[in-house]
Design a protein around this ligand. Structure first.
Ligand code: SAH
Length: 461
């Protein structure tokens, strides 16, 4: 059983400090059900991969027990991700799981670009379950289903998948999600299930489980259908949900719905873009099509960004930005960090060259499709920042906005809105043509069928 966690945070090898496992060598740990090995196939400044290899000993597991049926020896336990992996994660990475790091405490809460691959997960609920469990937490999910036997195609598929999940989030959160959700996927006899599992579930799920749309299923399966335990856990989750000030505001929010909804999506979008920009380690940032400066305001708050340039084709927007951010009244030090430029993304512009990263938030859909080519060259070929973060609406989600008549775009000035496939296709073509790699992430509440309202492409050179 193999779990790989990879990051492109810089320096990527910081993940070794977070996990308290030195990238330099192989380390092995004895566990009651076998051995866990931790090693780094790749440990470089811009990419680091850490592997957990579990060597489960099925014979050792049954030794000393009376019942010796064949399936106790011949089973999938050594090969698939199961509760053994959760036990191992808890043992090997307990400091990280508990949110502590001796040498990199500042990275504990910081969202990092993380990708986890589980070589084999059993998902008896099919691929759909993988999406339902991980996507509400913001992951992009890729699952490859395996045949029962490669030599005998007609035997059909096995309930086993290679699962890759990607997201910008703190490492602690990724470990907690895996800890709880891997046994949920497996759903066969767990290595545990006792009263104190309720506590463990609550401890590891505290910050995210109460608002997960599948919290009932997760709790039920994690506690392996033990009704009383499940009831206790759900009751406690409900209480904790009530104690959460954000949650108790929910009822209130409903009243302000129409205004509040787009506002909170806007906030989520800015949060995600900001996290992506921070994660790529950028100091100098362009905000292309900055509008009235919503992102610029947040960029100014982050010390990491030493030079910030907002650019827009609309002079009126730039004037408003200048007023809103009170640029004239900023202290000199702050004022020198930011500039506003009037310009158009349709043209090559020397002033845009040499930046670490560029954001282009909800802009491309305002461009006429025949002119998109000019934009592509202006950004990816001429300005050519180290990273580009682009967001745009996901047209498929429009059906979810009650107030939007069918077939219409969200904004009168939108020239097009792309489906997820259309955006992915465009983004991958851009990346390939201009030597970037790209990752696509959802922003906002995820719907099973239609995805999230906003889609974000993070391009890195
Ligand atoms: N990024 C901002 C504004 C999005 S609205 C935000 O998220 O709040 C789209 C913005 O793109 C508008 O401010 C518009 O003036 C700008 N825009 C449209 N065409 C442009 C072009 N060719 N060059 C630069 N900016 C453009």
């Amino acid at each position: 059983m193999l779990l790989t966690i990879e990051t492109s945070h810089r320096p990527a090898t910081d993940i070794g400090y977070l996990l308290h496992k030195n990238p330099a060598g192989l380390q092995s740990f004895d566990l009651s059900f076998g051995t866990a090995h931790v090693f780094y196939p790749l440990a470089e400044e811009d990419r680091c991969q850490v592997c957990v290899l579990l060597d489960v000993d099925p014979v050792g597991l049954v030794r000393g027990r009376g019942d010796r049926s064949l399936d106790q020896y011949v089973n999938d336990r050594p090969y698939v991700a199961s509760s053994f992996l959760s036990v191992a994660i808890n043992k090997l990475f307990s400091t990280a799981m508990n949110g502590r790091s001796k040498e990199r405490q500042e990275l504990i809460d910081q969202p990092l670009p993380l990708k986890a691959t589980l070589a084999v997960v059993p998902s008896r609920g099919g691929e759909d379950l993988l999406h339902r469990l991980f996507e509400p937490l913001g992951y992009s999910v890729n699952a490859i289903r395996h045949p029962l036997d490669e030599k005998f195609e007609s035997w059909g598929h096995a309930p086993y998948y290679t699962l890759t999940i990607e997201h910008y989030l703190p490492l602690q959160a990724l470990l907690q999600h895996l800890y709880v959700l891997v046994p949920v996927l497996d759903n066969s006899k767990h290595y545990w299930v006792s009263e104190d599992e309720v506590d463990k579930l609550l401890a590891r799920g505290e910050s995210w489980l109460p608002s997960h749309p599948e919290k009932d299923l997760i709790t039920r399966r994690y506690l392996k259908h033990q009704r009383q335990l499940t009831r206790d856990a759900l009751a406690r989750l409900a209480i904790e949900d009530d104690l959460d000030p954000d949650a108790s505001d929910k009822a209130h929010d409903a009243e302000e719905d129409r205004i509040e909804k787009p506002l909170s999506l806007n906030e989520q979008r800015i949060g995600s873009v900001l996290a992506a920009l921070k994660a790529c380690g950028a100091s100098t940032i362009l905000d292309l099509g900055c509008g009235e400066g919503n992102l610029l305001r947040e960029l100014l708050r982050e010390k990491q960004f030493t030079r910030i340039v907002g650019m827009d084709v609309s002079i009126r927007s730039l004037e408003k930005t200048s007023e809103k951010l009170r640029l004239e009244r900023l202290p000199d030090m702050q004022r020198s960090r930011i500039d506003l430029l009037h310009g158009s993304l349709m043209y090559r512009d020397e002033r845009l060259a040499g930046f670490d990263a560029a954001a282009c938030v909800e802009v491309i859909e305002h461009l006429d499709p025949p002119r998109l080519r000019a934009f592509e060259r202006a950004v990816f070929e001429f300005a050519r920042p180290g990273a580009v973060v682009i967001t745009t609406p996901n047209r498929e989600y429009n059906i979810m906005w009650e107030s939007l008549p069918a077939g219409q775009f969200r904004h009168r000035d939108h020239r097009f809105e792309w489906t997820r496939d259309e955006f992915r296709f465009w983004a991958e073509r851009m990346a390939a043509a201009h030597c970037y790699s790209v990752r696509i992430l959802p922003i906002g509440p995820l719907d099973d069928r239609f995805g999230a309202p906003t889609q974000m492409g993070v391009f890195v050179r």
